[in-house]
Design a binder for this molecule. Structure first.
Ligand SMILES: *Cc1c(COP(=O)(O)O)cnc(C)c1O
Length: 413
């Protein structure tokens, strides 16, 4: 590594040091929370066993959901490999809790891209909320963040459910800390105590000491190929919260009348338990990677969101790279420093559901897993690359320095 690059790396590491220390404290706190749940639930090796058929009384499934309730302090949970993705779990909540004539309110601007199809804001997917006669309202962001007064004004006696998305997703806004979520929920419940507060917790699990269910959320959902699966869960997602609400979701996940008492998994449950056990530590690795990425690219003179030096509430760093060429070099370096498909060169291409071309770098063991290191972004002005994940901080360090080296070379041309 040449001198300039070495200086960038050293400066970045010293910039990160105080935050890394705080992340260690959070990880220790969450490790204790997870371990206490495992001990309280008396997890044993027989809970790992594969099951088949209907899965009545499946010991692994039931134990996993019991442990989930201890960790998130909820009455009920659905933690299932049958959820094909985070979107599937989030949609199950909306389809389970909203009836024709009900109103859903998105509290923090437009929701995540895939949720827009579920609602019917984009595309024309059969069975979307709009088609089912469910009304949708949205509170716009103010100065890049949530607007408490506007949220209070938007909630009335007709507001059935408020969706609060914790992570920024692919928007340049601030992600929400548990304190922010708490404030929003307070404002909503003051206007209408019956309104269900639902949090999209994707990317948020174990980044802070508290979860949305600790600050008043009625129900939350997230993906198992992000934080909570610890990099080992091969697929799946979760919903947890108040028992009556989770029950309604279960009848949508399976079938009306079947509810939560069925579901087997021939692959066995060990990776879900072990992944959950690792999740606080792995989430810290990914948070450190995001922080280091922000520090390095700030050193190189690029705008990064969030700025390094603060505790995070999700795993994403947005780097504004200013040119398509820089995006391609960044993606190529991340891909080439991946353990899988390292010889692939990512190219910008059209993707269903997106207007602009997208470039993606991901050499992951689990397809589409974003707790593993990956980077992607729409190729349009101002050319923002979203970096997330990293199971091992050392790996992310190598890849990020690889990207920095390429971009430094480009800047010199
Ligand atoms: C990842 C994510 C989702 C769900 O995405 P899937 O790819 O379906 O798992 C939803 N909301 C946010 C904010 C996300 O980050």
């Amino acid at each position: 590594m040449h001198k300039e690059l070495q200086r960038v790396q050293e400066n970045a590491m010293s910039l990160c040091a105080p935050v890394f220390h705080e992340m260690e404290n959070i990880s220790l706190y969450n490790m204790e929370k997870v371990l206490t749940a495992f001990r309280k639930a008396h997890l044993s090796a027989y809970h790992f066993a594969p099951t088949n058929g209907y899965g009545y009384g499946d010991p692994g499934r039931e134990k996993l959901e019991e442990i989930w309730c201890h960790i998130f302090h909820t009455e009920a949970a659905l933690v299932r490999p049958q959820f094909v993705s985070g979107t599937h779990a989030l949609a199950t909540v909306l389809l389970g809790l909203l009836k024709p004539g009900d109103t859903m309110l998105s509290a923090v601007g437009a929701p995540y891209d895939t949720m827009q199809s579920v609602i019917g804001l984009t595309g024309n997917a059969p069975g979307n909320l709009k088609e089912r006669g469910i009304h949708y309202k949205e509170v716009p962001l103010r100065e890049g963040t949530y607007d408490l007064k506007a949220i209070a004004d938007a909630v009335d006696e007709h507001t059935t459910l408020v969706e609060i998305q914790r992570s920024c997703g692919y928007m340049l806004r601030h992600s929400l800390y548990p304190e922010d979520i708490q404030k929003i929920i307070q404002v909503v419940k003051e206007k209408n105590p019956k309104t269900i507060c639902f949090v999209d917790n994707c990317y948020g699990e174990f980044t802070c000491k508290e979860e949305p269910t600790d600050v008043g959320a009625d129900i939350i959902a997230g993906s198992l190929i992000k934080n909570a699966g610890g990099g080992l869960a091969p697929t799946g997602a979760y919903i947890c919260g108040k028992a009556d609400l989770v029950e309604l979701c279960a009848h949508v996940l399976t079938a009306p009348g079947l509810g939560n008492e069925m579901g087997s998994y021939a692959g066995g449950y060990q990776s879900f338990f072990q992944g959950l056990f690792l999740a606080p530590h792995i989430t810290r690795q990914a948070m450190m990677s995001a922080e280091f990425c922000a520090a390095v690219f700030k050193e190189l003179g690029f705008t990064v969101t969030p700025e390094p030096g603060h505790l995070r509430t999700d795993l994403i760093t947005a780097v504004t790279l200013k040119t398509e060429n820089n995006m391609c070099h960044f993606a190529k370096a991340i891909q080439n420093w991946s353990p899988v498909d390292s010889d692939v060169t990512p190219l910008p291409d059209a993707m269903p559901g997106y207007v602009d071309k997208i470039i993606m770098a991901a050499g992951t063991f689990v397809q589409g897993s974003t707790i593993e290191m990956s980077a992607d972004g729409p190729v349009r002005d101002p050319y923002v690359m979203y970096f997330q994940g990293g199971l091992v901080f050392e790996h992310a360090q190598l890849a990020i320095m690889g990207a920095a080296e390429k971009i430094l070379e480009e800047m010199k041309k």
